[in-house]
Write a protein that binds this ligand. Sequence first.
Ligand code: CS2
Length: 491
Amino acid sequence: MNAKSTLCRETLASIEPHLLSPEWREPRVGIVHLGIGNFHRAHEAVYTEEAMLAAGGDWGICGVTLQGDVAKRDALMAQDGLYSVIERGPDGVRVTVVRALKEVLAMPYDRTRLFALLADENVRIVSLTVTEKGYCRDTKTGDVDRDHPGIAHDLTHPQEPSTVPGILSAALALRREAGTPPFTVLSCDNLSHNGAALKQAVVSFARARDAALADWIDTQVAFPSTMVDRIVPSTTDADREAASHALNMEDAAPGPCEPFRQWVIEDRFPAGRPAWEKAGAQLVDDVMPFEIAKLRMLNGTHSTLAYLSMLAGFATIDEAIAHAPLKKLIHAMMTQEIAPTLDVPPSFDVLAYRDALLARYANAALKHRTAQIAMDGSQKIPPRLLATIEARLNAGQSIERLALAVAAWLVFLRGHADDGTRYEISDPMAARLTANVPDEPEQLVETMLAIKEVFPPELARRDDFRRPLHAAIVRLQGGARAAIEHYAALA
Ligand code: CS2
């Protein structure tokens, strides 16, 4: 059987049904995106292509892998930056080839090309999906963590930066020296106040080297915040097969996702932006209500499902939410413990949002692995669960289900499910977290709450946090499924 051809821009007409439109003008690069994972390619890149189709503009994307993933770079570049998005939902599968990604670079190998683009006045936006750990922040101050090995390197080797703060600081220094207007820095990560958080990391990095540059960044560079939402699992062989079957071509980098997507963006782009509103994005003055709601209602319950599932033996989110007691627990957690902490406009129907999330979780076509969500807990637990817990405790309200979620993470750190199945702990702090994970509940509380990078001391010493946390760990000692039953039965 003849080998199938590879995706390429010359033969796109042959797969027209899988294009967002038969019309297309090849754009120049206007956006550099740091972090070329599945999420960006199924989210911002799709919005950006639709925006260009609707209103034109040179908003082609150059994607950058900061982890030196030359295999991903070469795979995408071998097919002209093209790839397919595999939407999987109750109504079936939809395969769309995305054209907005024009070039892919891999740091540190392509540093020269990257900085040539970052200095190019037509590059007016630098966006990022580097996950919480990519900001290299001191969790207590929000400034860049100078003890972070990458930061320490970049501070002493400013011409060879490898971290996000180092790269952005060096690129903005070039623009300032050349008199080129700065690009807008657009965080697309699951962090509270993500734009401000990134700005503080970059400004504090710059200040460690050049106060005048730091002041310029602080006053002249826009760091709008955004809320991004689309469930995008890791790619599987089933995705490659779906792309090959639909396109009759080989796609080395297909990405699966759910049909749902949402993007809420603070509209602060002094150098201009794509017409993302024409692709359905919401451009607002204040993204915070949307960002906090999504971080706490979706990401908070995602992490809760992930850790309880890793202990109970549910491999995917749809399998977990199909377990009736667990669905009842999550429903009550959203309704009774998370929703009351949200400050959203009257038009935001929180209970309808809850129901929509539960329907999205039930999407059996997606197979979103709980192990994937369970990664990086040290970075995810604070913004997704601890912030909600602090809000509840400060209001004198109960946190039983939220405490169970944190307890499930602590028990998860023992590295085995209730049935003894072992799993790896994938986390930037894995060595520190797993050095000592006591079996005895009181010792587990003491040991873990002493980790200041995760648990703020003022929260760690609160009895109204420690007590429900300890009680939840005791419950989990009897098995996650029994604990789920118990907490699902709470009034
Ligand atoms: C998930 C998120 O992997 C995870 O931690 O909770 O990637 C989640 O799927 C997205 O934020 C949904 O928008």
